[in-house]
Design a protein around this ligand. Structure first.
Ligand code: FES
Ligand SMILES: [Fe+2]
Length: 376
């Protein structure tokens, strides 16, 4: 029997007690719930959507789908990336269909309406009949692209589709607090791992990164980070864990494994950043595609003064490729388990190691609750 997604949907999740339930399985499997998240969560929050260095030159463009909506990014100035609804103002054709470069104007292929990089309509040839003629009362200034709030923090681009989210400075503050003592501006991207589509709901990939509980088991051949040395991070919507290792522990780490002090930080809903002392950062981009599919990539950054040799980069690339694949395997099985009727209650969460997972799930639940009236 299909579970009704209505105001009773979170009853088990909301029960108070020493051990909490997780989100109901249908929150991970049903397209109706995914649609609620698109409309009420990803549209309303600061979604992480891309990497600034991938739009290196003024005029570089990148199309995206965010919360089911066509969007594109453009580097409009050397130090500014803008986001627009990816829709021509003439007959609403999707304007940018692949990542690339525009020399001066962004030109629609259908009737050649052309926009500058700040979204202003500059040309609408023959629209009034003659080559440069415009209909009476038609003003180019009224037909520019619809811009979307967009902020770049270091290399990381965020957008807010509905324009109603908190100020970006307020949103980013908890992450900044956790980064004190680290200088991301001194790190450079050295490699990108593109994992394509992972057959798991976006929340499973986020929750997996947030909790340290699985690391000792799933990553036993790739990491040397004992569970007992971790602590949970739950600073407003900055959620994750961290581990401080002594110099002796770091020296004792198995060769080739990750055995350094680290912070595993997320910013709700979908920003993921790992800090690996003293010289490495990894940022995951998890793009929700559907209820059971998420696109994932990871950019590896090294400190500008550290070893950037091909061997060092290749070592980092191979290590993280293995770690991600170990996680994907678990996330795919988490997804599969949620198709059983016995998973409807959402399992249970450790009151110690999965506190930040619980907080993440509460933020999801609170975002979609207004959409549950009347049921779907
Ligand atoms: S739809 Fe873009 S110019 Fe006609
Ligand atoms: Fe993991």
């Amino acid at each position: 029997m299909t579970v009704l997604i209505d105001t009773a949907f979170f009853n088990a999740f909301d029960q108070v007690g020493p051990v909490h339930h997780g989100l109901p399985a249908a929150a991970y499997t049903r397209s109706e719930f995914f649609e609620l998240e698109s409309n009420l969560l990803f549209t309303a929050s600061w979604s992480f959507v891309g990497f600034a260095h991938q739009l290196a030159k003024v005029g570089d463009v990148q199309p995206l789908t965010v919360a089911g909506k066509p969007v594109f990014l453009v580097r409009s100035e050397s130090d500014k990336i803008r986001a627009f609804h990816n829709v021509c103002r003439h007959r609403n054709l999707k304007l940018i269909d692949r990542a690339g470069h525009c020399d001066v104007l962004i030109t629609c292929p259908y009737h050649r309406w052309s926009y500058d990089f700040s979204g202003k309509l500059r040309l609408a040839p023959y629209f009034g009949g003659e080559k440069t003629g415009l209909p009476d009362g038609f003003d180019l200034a009224d037909h520019g692209l619809y811009e979307i709030r967009c902020h770049t923090f270091h290399d990381w681009v965020f957008i807010n589709l509905d324009g109603q989210a908190e100020y970006f400075d307020v949103f980013i503050e908890p992450l900044k607090r956790q980064l004190i003592g680290f200088e991301p501006e001194k790190f450079e991207p050295v490699a990108t791992l593109d994992f394509g589509e992972v057959p798991a709901n976006w929340k499973l990939l986020m929750e997996n990164f947030i909790e340290p509980y699985h690391v000792q088991y799933v990553h036993k051949t790739t990491t040397s980070q004992p569970l007992e040395d971790h602590y949970v991070v739950a600073d407003e919507h900055c959620l994750g864990s961290a581990i401080e290792l002594t110099a002796e522990q770091q020296a004792d780490a198995a060769a080739g494994t990750l055995g350094v002090s680290s912070r595993y930080l997320t910013l709700f809903p979908n920003f993921v950043l790992g800090l690996y002392y003293p010289d490495q950062i990894g940022v995951h981009l998890n793009r929700p595609v559907s209820a059971d599919t998420t696109q994932q990539s990871r950019v590896i950054y090294l400190h500008r003064d550290s070893d950037h040799s091909q061997a060092a980069v290749e070592h980092a690339r191979q290590l993280w490729d293995s770690v991600h694949r170990e996680d994907h395997h678990m996330c795919e099985r988490l997804q599969a388990g949620r198709h059983s009727s016995v998973a409807e209650g959402g399992g249970v969460l450790s009151p110690h190691w999965e506190v930040s997972v619980r907080r993440f799930q509460e933020l999801v639940a609170d975002a979609v609750r207004p959409g549950l009236e009347g049921g779907i």
